[in-house]
Write a protein that binds this ligand. Sequence first.
Ligand SMILES: Nc1ncnc2c1ncn2[C@@H]1O[C@H](COP(=O)(O)OP(=O)(O)OP(=O)(O)O)[C@@H](O)[C@H]1O
Length: 318
Amino acid sequence: MKSVTAQDLVKTYGTKKDVVTALNNVSFEVEQGELFGIIGPDGAGKTSLFRILTTLLLADSGRATVDNLDVVKDLKAIRKRVGYMPGRFSLYQDLTVAENLEFFATIFETSIQENYDLIKDIYQQIEPFKDRRAGKLSGGMKQKLALSCALIHRPGVLFLDEPTTGVDAVSRKEFWDMLKTLKRQGITILVSTPYMDEASLCDRVALIQTGNILSIDSPAGIVDNFKPTLLAVRANQMYPLLLDLQRYEGARDAYAFGEYHHLVLKSGFNEAGVRSYLDRSAHEGVEIKPSRPVIEDCFIALMKQPTGAAADNHQPSA
Ligand SMILES: Nc1ncnc2c1ncn2[C@@H]1O[C@H](COP(=O)(O)OP(=O)(O)OP(=O)(O)O)[C@@H](O)[C@H]1O
């Protein structure tokens, strides 16, 4: 069963003279119980999309449903069924941890006790601080409280907008573990993130850039679709090396990637060719090795495809 559908959603801001297209014909479907990632950099359109799906913003055109309810016509029913954790901290800073949770339970006409089993594992981690004002919590604790508040009315669909932005690596890991537990309880989860490494934690992901969906697939499927030869290359002087790699006739693309540069080859070129090309230059300490693409490589490659080609990568849901 489809839990969320978006069909040709368009959202623009501003006037005709100065128009920003936040979403450009965005379409996708999320199955019930799926953990679906919307992955893209700042300004890609993630927040606009989530606000439309949670009935807080109207699209210019297109259609969307949540639990088979229309986001425009059935907004009240949808609001009861979704949990939304906005990107920016949404809690009441002057209320304590416990008061925040009570507040969200009350506006959804429920009680903490009624749904405690759902939030127990998460809330227990912040319960020792239940009398502390939310504004005085650490980033990771705020995130857990915000998630508890978004869950307190037992939503069927959870929308999490960049929940791990600005959170330390340990808290990020803990957060994704919590999402896996929630998924096991049958909750459909849509989560947006600018962190490409979080893609592998989702069942499927949509890669989004300036309002266009570049690809929708499982993380493994996205990586499998990356066909060219990818090499990791380093030398003592990394910046001149990058410039030379970008000038190489066999380079489809070359970019800095951690301790190495990634070199994507055009068809017909190979590692030996790169080696002899670099041998003709003054680089010292050259190391070249085949590399397995990760989501970030795929994202970079898709971003550079013509828009039509990117649209061809849309895949129906599983
Ligand atoms: N109220 C607004 N008025 C004008 N432009 C806006 C408005 N809200 C968003 N935008 C623009 O729409 C585009 C998409 O923004 P959106 O916030 O949806 O993306 P995002 O992926 O969530 O990025 P971020 O994480 O930076 O918020 C951006 O270019 C943004 O500047």
